[in-house]
Design a protein around this ligand. Sequence first.
Ligand SMILES: Nc1nc2c(ncn2[C@@H]2O[C@H](COP(=O)(O)OP(=O)(O)OP(=O)(O)O)[C@@H](O)[C@H]2O)c(=O)[nH]1
Ligand SMILES: [Mg+2]
Length: 376
Amino acid sequence: MVGAKTYRAGSLKEALAQVRRDLGGAAVILGTREVRRRRMFGLGSRELVEVTASDGSKPVGPPVSMPEPSSVAIPASSEVLHSQFGEQLSRLHAMVEDLSRHGRLDHLLPDLPGELVPTYASLLEAEVPESLARRLVRYVAERLEPDEARNPEAVRDSLREAVESCVQIAPPIAAVAGTRRVVALVGPTGVGKTTTVAKLAANFKLAHGLRPGLVTVDTYRIAAVEQLRTYAEIIDLPLAVANAPGEMRRAIDELGDVDLVLIDTAGRSPRDEVKIRELADFLAAAQPDEVHLVLSAVAGERSLRAAVERFSVAHADRLILTKLDEADGLGGVLAVLGHADRPVSYLTTGQAVPDDIEPADRARIARLILGLDVVS
Ligand SMILES: Nc1nc2c(ncn2[C@@H]2O[C@H](COP(=O)(O)OP(=O)(O)OP(=O)(O)O)[C@@H](O)[C@H]2O)c(=O)[nH]1
Ligand SMILES: [Mg+2]
């Protein structure tokens, strides 16, 4: 007789297999619960299932089975009954979901070594779309010998390499003293364009000793102009406003002798084609050397894809990823980077101007996506 023993595994199926192996077919399941979430190579998170069981020789507590009608206690109120029923139902729901998920994985991955199924599951949990997760795992499987595939470090390194292969990097803005580089930031509303313009301007001035100037075309809202004006005053930079595409050249010239013109634009919904076209007219007048599409890492894959597609009219040729500090899983970002065919120039990691910005680095992005690095 062993009394109650607990078994932990990544899925109910695995935990039950352990129980069977250890206690045999007569084992009585006394309870199941999810015990904690742990990170798998830092990718997303995973429930651990804990099963408590006895070998069935001596009752150690109420088994999880349908009670005899005579032993059903009458609940004090229908509220209690309701909550008990709700608990049972959600536990059953979790069990069914877990079993079907694992059944589905086995069925979907007949061509992959079983050792890599958890890696695939971890990618899905990090919100990497299925087709991309399969590609990444296949990349790993093709490069590792079977015994290496059982080594978590080898798998992690190979996966990192696979993720890196999806990411292109652009060099930082090529501003040089004595020449005028014109750079525009475009993107959906509220992604951090104005804040990023301020971070860039402050860094180029303070760290590189250049003379930046700011132009805003965001004249729809008085507050938007005031927001940029406040930064311009704090950082001590010239600011010009362009109300129409025809005013763009004048606005840039008004800045005088600057090395870097940073153009802040109004946020546009990717669905608003008219406004995006208007933005393209502003940019055509400005003739920027670089157009950076600013994307929030918090956004889902679909809206990121839509933004990349719609803002191509504005000839956005680089990507700035913002709000990495707020994002839970970067699987959607990875999917978009793989498809966007545009390099990443900067990452932003918080609201603080000028500190929370860094030039994009392939290894750093891959590590962030895989949860191997933290946003500082
Ligand atoms: N957590 C976090 N917040 C950020 C980051 N970058 C910008 N923000 C915040 O996001 C909010 C919107 O930033 P803005 O710079 O005004 O965004 P925008 O794209 O200019 O917005 P619109 O001009 O309205 O389209 C502000 O509260 C910023 O402080 C970042 O990297 N991390
Ligand atoms: Mg703005």
